[in-house]
Design a protein around this ligand. Structure first.
Ligand SMILES: *[C@@H]1O[C@H](CO)[C@@H](O)[C@H](O)[C@H]1NC(C)=O
Ligand SMILES: *[C@@H]1O[C@H](CO)[C@@H](O)[C@H](O)[C@H]1NC(C)=O
Ligand SMILES: *[C@@H]1O[C@H](CO)[C@@H](O)[C@H](O)[C@H]1NC(C)=O
Ligand SMILES: *[C@@H]1O[C@H](CO)[C@@H](O)[C@H](O)[C@H]1NC(C)=O
Ligand SMILES: *[C@@H]1O[C@H](CO)[C@@H](O)[C@H](O)[C@H]1NC(C)=O
Ligand SMILES: *[C@@H]1O[C@H](CO)[C@@H](O)[C@H](O)[C@H]1NC(C)=O
Length: 281
Protein backbone atom coordinates (compact mmCIF):
# COMPACT_ATOMS: atom_id res chain seq x y z
CA UNK A 1 0.00 0.00 0.00
CA UNK A 2 2.68 2.40 1.09
CA UNK A 3 4.86 1.29 -1.82
CA UNK A 4 2.13 1.76 -4.39
CA UNK A 5 1.39 5.22 -3.01
CA UNK A 6 5.04 6.12 -3.27
CA UNK A 7 5.10 4.71 -6.80
CA UNK A 8 2.12 6.84 -7.86
CA UNK A 9 3.71 9.92 -6.32
CA UNK A 10 6.95 9.31 -8.20
CA UNK A 11 5.18 8.77 -11.52
CA UNK A 12 3.12 11.90 -10.92
CA UNK A 13 6.26 13.86 -10.30
CA UNK A 14 8.22 12.66 -13.23
CA UNK A 15 5.47 13.36 -15.73
CA UNK A 16 4.60 16.81 -14.42
CA UNK A 17 8.05 17.96 -13.54
CA UNK A 18 9.75 20.44 -15.79
CA UNK A 19 12.98 18.55 -16.35
CA UNK A 20 14.90 21.68 -17.20
CA UNK A 21 17.84 21.88 -19.52
CA UNK A 22 20.83 19.58 -19.13
CA UNK A 23 23.47 21.41 -17.10
CA UNK A 24 26.45 23.13 -18.69
CA UNK A 25 24.72 25.16 -21.40
CA UNK A 26 24.63 28.93 -21.58
CA UNK A 27 21.51 30.98 -22.12
CA UNK A 28 21.62 32.39 -25.65
CA UNK A 29 21.10 36.16 -25.76
CA UNK A 30 18.00 36.64 -27.89
CA UNK A 31 16.99 40.29 -27.61
CA UNK A 32 19.34 41.25 -30.47
CA UNK A 33 18.13 38.45 -32.77
CA UNK A 34 15.50 38.66 -35.51
CA UNK A 35 12.15 36.87 -35.26
CA UNK A 36 9.36 36.54 -37.84
CA UNK A 37 6.17 34.51 -38.12
CA UNK A 38 3.60 33.22 -40.62
CA UNK A 39 1.13 36.08 -39.97
CA UNK A 40 0.53 38.79 -37.40
CA UNK A 41 -2.60 39.10 -35.27
CA UNK A 42 -3.66 42.71 -34.64
CA UNK A 43 -6.21 43.93 -32.09
CA UNK A 44 -6.96 47.38 -30.69
CA UNK A 45 -4.02 48.78 -32.63
CA UNK A 46 -1.54 46.31 -31.08
CA UNK A 47 0.43 44.17 -33.52
CA UNK A 48 1.34 40.84 -31.88
CA UNK A 49 4.66 40.62 -33.73
CA UNK A 50 7.21 37.79 -33.47
CA UNK A 51 9.77 39.83 -31.52
CA UNK A 52 7.39 40.06 -28.55
CA UNK A 53 8.38 36.48 -27.68
CA UNK A 54 12.00 37.60 -27.24
CA UNK A 55 11.63 40.91 -25.44
CA UNK A 56 12.25 39.63 -21.92
CA UNK A 57 8.72 40.63 -20.91
CA UNK A 58 6.57 37.56 -20.26
CA UNK A 59 3.32 39.56 -20.41
CA UNK A 60 3.73 40.58 -24.08
CA UNK A 61 3.08 37.75 -26.53
CA UNK A 62 3.49 37.08 -30.23
CA UNK A 63 0.38 35.76 -31.97
CA UNK A 64 -0.34 34.51 -35.49
CA UNK A 65 -3.66 34.48 -37.30
CA UNK A 66 -5.54 31.21 -37.42
CA UNK A 67 -4.29 29.23 -40.39
CA UNK A 68 -3.77 25.67 -41.54
CA UNK A 69 -0.07 26.11 -40.94
CA UNK A 70 1.30 28.62 -38.43
CA UNK A 71 4.90 29.13 -37.44
CA UNK A 72 7.27 31.40 -35.55
CA UNK A 73 11.00 31.55 -36.35
CA UNK A 74 14.02 33.22 -34.77
CA UNK A 75 17.16 33.85 -36.82
CA UNK A 76 20.10 33.51 -34.42
CA UNK A 77 22.36 35.27 -36.97
CA UNK A 78 25.04 32.64 -36.52
CA UNK A 79 25.60 28.92 -36.05
CA UNK A 80 24.58 27.54 -32.65
CA UNK A 81 24.50 24.15 -31.03
CA UNK A 82 21.11 24.18 -29.29
CA UNK A 83 20.33 22.00 -26.33
CA UNK A 84 16.90 23.11 -25.15
CA UNK A 85 14.14 25.65 -25.64
CA UNK A 86 11.95 27.07 -22.87
CA UNK A 87 8.50 28.42 -23.67
CA UNK A 88 6.32 30.45 -21.33
CA UNK A 89 2.72 31.32 -22.10
CA UNK A 90 0.09 33.15 -20.14
CA UNK A 91 -2.99 31.19 -19.12
CA UNK A 92 -5.39 31.95 -21.97
CA UNK A 93 -8.11 29.74 -23.53
CA UNK A 94 -6.80 29.81 -27.12
CA UNK A 95 -3.25 28.76 -26.31
CA UNK A 96 -2.48 25.18 -27.27
CA UNK A 97 0.83 24.18 -28.80
CA UNK A 98 0.31 20.44 -28.44
CA UNK A 99 1.39 18.67 -31.63
CA UNK A 100 3.59 21.56 -32.75
CA UNK A 101 7.18 20.77 -33.60
CA UNK A 102 10.35 22.65 -32.66
CA UNK A 103 12.63 22.69 -35.72
CA UNK A 104 16.28 23.70 -35.99
CA UNK A 105 17.93 24.41 -39.32
CA UNK A 106 20.25 26.38 -41.51
CA UNK A 107 17.64 27.83 -43.82
CA UNK A 108 14.57 29.91 -43.13
CA UNK A 109 12.62 27.52 -45.36
CA UNK A 110 10.85 25.22 -42.99
CA UNK A 111 10.80 21.54 -44.00
CA UNK A 112 13.89 22.10 -46.12
CA UNK A 113 16.53 19.40 -46.32
CA UNK A 114 18.74 21.30 -43.91
CA UNK A 115 16.14 21.53 -41.15
CA UNK A 116 15.84 18.91 -38.44
CA UNK A 117 13.33 18.26 -35.67
CA UNK A 118 14.48 19.11 -32.15
CA UNK A 119 11.37 17.73 -30.51
CA UNK A 120 7.59 17.67 -30.59
CA UNK A 121 5.54 19.60 -28.02
CA UNK A 122 3.26 17.25 -26.12
CA UNK A 123 2.27 19.32 -23.10
CA UNK A 124 0.42 22.57 -22.59
CA UNK A 125 2.63 25.59 -22.10
CA UNK A 126 0.19 27.67 -20.07
CA UNK A 127 1.10 29.57 -16.94
CA UNK A 128 4.59 28.17 -16.37
CA UNK A 129 7.95 27.70 -18.03
CA UNK A 130 8.10 24.50 -20.07
CA UNK A 131 11.50 23.30 -21.19
CA UNK A 132 11.94 21.08 -24.23
CA UNK A 133 15.23 19.26 -24.67
CA UNK A 134 16.19 18.22 -28.20
CA UNK A 135 15.65 14.51 -28.71
CA UNK A 136 18.85 12.50 -29.17
CA UNK A 137 20.98 15.43 -28.12
CA UNK A 138 21.67 19.02 -29.15
CA UNK A 139 21.14 20.16 -32.74
CA UNK A 140 23.13 22.62 -34.86
CA UNK A 141 21.57 25.44 -36.80
CA UNK A 142 20.87 29.10 -37.31
CA UNK A 143 17.04 29.16 -37.26
CA UNK A 144 14.74 27.86 -34.50
CA UNK A 145 11.10 27.42 -35.47
CA UNK A 146 7.90 26.51 -33.66
CA UNK A 147 5.83 24.89 -36.41
CA UNK A 148 2.17 23.96 -36.15
CA UNK A 149 0.57 22.28 -39.14
CA UNK A 150 -2.90 22.00 -37.64
CA UNK A 151 -5.41 24.81 -37.28
CA UNK A 152 -4.95 27.07 -34.30
CA UNK A 153 -2.64 29.86 -33.30
CA UNK A 154 1.02 30.00 -32.43
CA UNK A 155 1.13 32.24 -29.36
CA UNK A 156 4.43 32.68 -27.52
CA UNK A 157 4.85 35.01 -24.56
CA UNK A 158 8.50 34.31 -23.88
CA UNK A 159 11.02 32.01 -25.55
CA UNK A 160 14.50 31.37 -24.19
CA UNK A 161 17.05 28.76 -25.20
CA UNK A 162 20.32 27.28 -24.13
CA UNK A 163 23.24 26.26 -26.27
CA UNK A 164 26.55 27.57 -27.50
CA UNK A 165 27.84 29.51 -30.44
CA UNK A 166 29.72 27.23 -32.83
CA UNK A 167 31.02 29.79 -35.29
CA UNK A 168 33.98 28.28 -37.13
CA UNK A 169 34.86 31.80 -38.35
CA UNK A 170 36.14 34.75 -36.40
CA UNK A 171 35.81 38.35 -37.53
CA UNK A 172 38.77 40.45 -36.38
CA UNK A 173 37.73 44.08 -36.11
CA UNK A 174 41.18 45.52 -36.72
CA UNK A 175 42.24 47.38 -39.86
CA UNK A 176 45.23 45.58 -41.33
CA UNK A 177 46.94 45.10 -44.68
CA UNK A 178 46.39 41.68 -46.24
CA UNK A 179 49.79 40.31 -45.11
CA UNK A 180 49.37 41.61 -41.55
CA UNK A 181 45.89 40.07 -41.44
CA UNK A 182 47.28 36.69 -42.50
CA UNK A 183 50.03 36.98 -39.90
CA UNK A 184 47.46 37.79 -37.20
CA UNK A 185 45.33 34.73 -38.04
CA UNK A 186 48.36 32.44 -38.09
CA UNK A 187 49.53 33.75 -34.71
CA UNK A 188 46.16 32.56 -33.38
CA UNK A 189 46.70 29.17 -35.04
CA UNK A 190 44.15 29.87 -37.72
CA UNK A 191 44.31 31.03 -41.34
CA UNK A 192 42.58 33.69 -43.40
CA UNK A 193 39.28 32.11 -44.41
CA UNK A 194 38.89 30.00 -47.58
CA UNK A 195 35.46 29.86 -49.19
CA UNK A 196 35.06 26.63 -51.11
CA UNK A 197 31.27 26.39 -51.37
CA UNK A 198 28.01 28.33 -51.24
CA UNK A 199 27.31 27.26 -47.68
CA UNK A 200 30.61 28.68 -46.37
CA UNK A 201 30.00 31.86 -48.41
CA UNK A 202 26.73 32.24 -46.48
CA UNK A 203 28.29 31.81 -43.02
CA UNK A 204 31.23 34.11 -43.83
CA UNK A 205 28.86 36.74 -45.27
CA UNK A 206 26.89 36.69 -42.03
CA UNK A 207 30.07 37.32 -40.03
CA UNK A 208 31.22 40.02 -42.51
CA UNK A 209 28.05 42.04 -41.81
CA UNK A 210 29.41 42.84 -38.35
CA UNK A 211 32.60 44.45 -39.75
CA UNK A 212 33.21 48.20 -39.53
CA UNK A 213 35.01 48.43 -42.90
CA UNK A 214 33.21 48.16 -46.28
CA UNK A 215 35.25 45.04 -47.15
CA UNK A 216 36.85 42.17 -45.25
CA UNK A 217 39.95 40.29 -46.36
CA UNK A 218 39.65 36.67 -47.48
CA UNK A 219 42.55 34.22 -47.83
CA UNK A 220 42.53 34.58 -51.62
CA UNK A 221 45.72 35.95 -53.22
CA UNK A 222 46.72 36.67 -56.82
CA UNK A 223 50.02 35.38 -58.13
CA UNK A 224 51.13 37.54 -61.04
CA UNK A 225 53.99 35.22 -61.94
CA UNK A 226 51.63 32.25 -62.30
CA UNK A 227 48.69 34.43 -63.40
CA UNK A 228 46.25 32.72 -61.05
CA UNK A 229 44.26 33.15 -57.86
CA UNK A 230 44.87 30.72 -55.01
CA UNK A 231 43.72 30.18 -51.43
CA UNK A 232 46.53 30.56 -48.90
CA UNK A 233 45.66 27.20 -47.33
CA UNK A 234 46.54 25.61 -50.74
CA UNK A 235 42.99 24.93 -51.92
CA UNK A 236 42.28 25.48 -55.60
CA UNK A 237 39.64 27.99 -56.61
CA UNK A 238 36.50 26.16 -57.71
CA UNK A 239 33.55 28.04 -56.25
CA UNK A 240 33.77 31.83 -56.58
CA UNK A 241 31.63 34.86 -55.95
CA UNK A 242 33.35 37.64 -57.94
CA UNK A 243 31.39 40.81 -58.55
CA UNK A 244 30.31 40.86 -62.24
CA UNK A 245 32.65 43.67 -63.26
CA UNK A 246 35.73 42.10 -61.68
CA UNK A 247 37.91 40.39 -64.26
CA UNK A 248 39.73 37.25 -63.23
CA UNK A 249 43.14 38.65 -64.08
CA UNK A 250 44.76 41.17 -61.80
CA UNK A 251 47.84 43.23 -61.21
CA UNK A 252 50.52 42.08 -58.85
CA UNK A 253 49.90 42.73 -55.15
CA UNK A 254 46.16 42.06 -55.31
CA UNK A 255 44.03 40.03 -52.93
CA UNK A 256 40.32 39.34 -52.70
CA UNK A 257 38.05 41.13 -50.26
CA UNK A 258 34.38 40.45 -49.57
CA UNK A 259 31.81 43.25 -49.67
CA UNK A 260 30.39 43.39 -46.15
CA UNK A 261 26.89 44.23 -47.45
CA UNK A 262 24.53 43.05 -50.19
CA UNK A 263 25.29 39.59 -51.58
CA UNK A 264 28.83 39.68 -50.19
CA UNK A 265 30.48 39.60 -53.62
CA UNK A 266 34.27 39.49 -53.93
CA UNK A 267 36.44 42.35 -55.19
CA UNK A 268 40.13 42.71 -56.11
CA UNK A 269 41.86 45.03 -53.70
CA UNK A 270 45.44 46.23 -53.23
CA UNK A 271 47.14 44.18 -50.51
CA UNK A 272 48.15 47.48 -48.91
CA UNK A 273 44.54 48.52 -48.22
CA UNK A 274 43.51 48.06 -44.60
CA UNK A 275 40.37 46.15 -43.74
CA UNK A 276 38.85 43.96 -41.04
CA UNK A 277 39.36 40.28 -41.81
CA UNK A 278 38.02 36.81 -41.10
CA UNK A 279 40.12 34.01 -39.66
CA UNK A 280 39.03 30.36 -39.83
CA UNK A 281 40.02 27.28 -37.88
C1 LIG B 1 23.90 23.48 -40.20
O1 LIG B 1 25.21 23.73 -40.68
C2 LIG B 1 26.23 23.19 -39.85
C3 LIG B 1 27.57 23.65 -40.39
O2 LIG B 1 27.67 23.47 -41.76
C4 LIG B 1 26.08 21.68 -39.79
O3 LIG B 1 27.05 21.12 -38.95
C5 LIG B 1 24.67 21.33 -39.25
O4 LIG B 1 24.48 19.94 -39.25
C6 LIG B 1 23.61 22.00 -40.09
N1 LIG B 1 22.31 21.76 -39.48
C7 LIG B 1 21.31 21.13 -40.11
C8 LIG B 1 20.04 20.99 -39.35
O5 LIG B 1 21.41 20.71 -41.26
C1 LIG C 1 7.21 36.54 -15.47
O1 LIG C 1 7.84 37.81 -15.22
C2 LIG C 1 7.74 38.21 -13.87
C3 LIG C 1 8.32 39.62 -13.78
O2 LIG C 1 9.59 39.67 -14.38
C4 LIG C 1 8.44 37.22 -12.97
O3 LIG C 1 8.29 37.60 -11.61
C5 LIG C 1 7.83 35.83 -13.17
O4 LIG C 1 8.57 34.86 -12.43
C6 LIG C 1 7.86 35.46 -14.63
N1 LIG C 1 7.19 34.17 -14.81
C7 LIG C 1 7.81 33.12 -15.32
C8 LIG C 1 7.07 31.85 -15.38
O5 LIG C 1 8.95 33.19 -15.72
C1 LIG D 1 11.29 31.11 -16.64
O1 LIG D 1 12.37 31.20 -17.57
C2 LIG D 1 12.93 32.48 -17.66
C3 LIG D 1 13.97 32.44 -18.73
O2 LIG D 1 14.78 31.29 -18.65
C4 LIG D 1 13.52 32.88 -16.32
O3 LIG D 1 14.04 34.19 -16.41
C5 LIG D 1 12.43 32.84 -15.27
O4 LIG D 1 12.98 33.12 -14.01
C6 LIG D 1 11.79 31.47 -15.26
N1 LIG D 1 10.69 31.48 -14.31
C7 LIG D 1 10.51 30.56 -13.37
C8 LIG D 1 9.32 30.74 -12.51
O5 LIG D 1 11.29 29.60 -13.24
C1 LIG E 1 1.63 17.44 -39.38
O1 LIG E 1 2.76 17.18 -38.56
C2 LIG E 1 2.78 15.89 -38.00
C3 LIG E 1 3.95 15.82 -37.09
O2 LIG E 1 3.82 16.75 -36.06
C4 LIG E 1 2.86 14.85 -39.12
O3 LIG E 1 2.85 13.56 -38.57
C5 LIG E 1 1.67 15.04 -40.07
O4 LIG E 1 1.84 14.17 -41.17
C6 LIG E 1 1.62 16.48 -40.56
N1 LIG E 1 0.42 16.66 -41.33
C7 LIG E 1 0.41 17.31 -42.48
C8 LIG E 1 -0.91 17.46 -43.16
O5 LIG E 1 1.45 17.75 -42.99
C1 LIG F 1 38.76 50.79 -39.29
O1 LIG F 1 38.38 51.62 -40.37
C2 LIG F 1 37.02 52.06 -40.34
C3 LIG F 1 36.75 52.90 -41.56
O2 LIG F 1 37.05 52.20 -42.72
C4 LIG F 1 36.75 52.87 -39.09
O3 LIG F 1 35.37 53.22 -39.03
C5 LIG F 1 37.12 52.02 -37.86
O4 LIG F 1 36.96 52.79 -36.70
C6 LIG F 1 38.54 51.51 -37.97
N1 LIG F 1 38.78 50.58 -36.87
C7 LIG F 1 39.85 50.64 -36.07
C8 LIG F 1 39.92 49.61 -34.98
O5 LIG F 1 40.72 51.49 -36.23
C1 LIG G 1 28.64 46.44 -51.78
O1 LIG G 1 27.31 46.00 -51.76
C2 LIG G 1 26.35 47.05 -51.62
C3 LIG G 1 24.98 46.41 -51.48
O2 LIG G 1 24.71 45.53 -52.55
C4 LIG G 1 26.45 47.98 -52.82
O3 LIG G 1 25.51 49.04 -52.65
C5 LIG G 1 27.85 48.52 -52.93
O4 LIG G 1 27.96 49.28 -54.09
C6 LIG G 1 28.85 47.37 -52.96
N1 LIG G 1 30.20 47.92 -52.94
C7 LIG G 1 30.92 48.04 -54.05
C8 LIG G 1 32.29 48.61 -53.90
O5 LIG G 1 30.53 47.65 -55.12
Amino acid sequence: MLWSLLFITLIGRSTHQDRGCSPGWETIKLDDKVAFQSSVYTASGVKYTADRALDGDNTTCSDTLNGHISWWTVDLLGLYEISCITIYNINQFNIDLRGARILIGNSSERNAADTTECTRISTTTKGENKTFNCKNGPKWGRYVTVYKNTSGLVILCEVTMKGRNKEPFKLIKENKTWADALYHCREEHMDLVSILDKETQGWVGLEAQKADTPFVWLGLLYSCTLDLWFWVDDHCVGFDQWAPDETRTADCSMSAAMNTSGNHLWYKKSVYDKYNFICAE
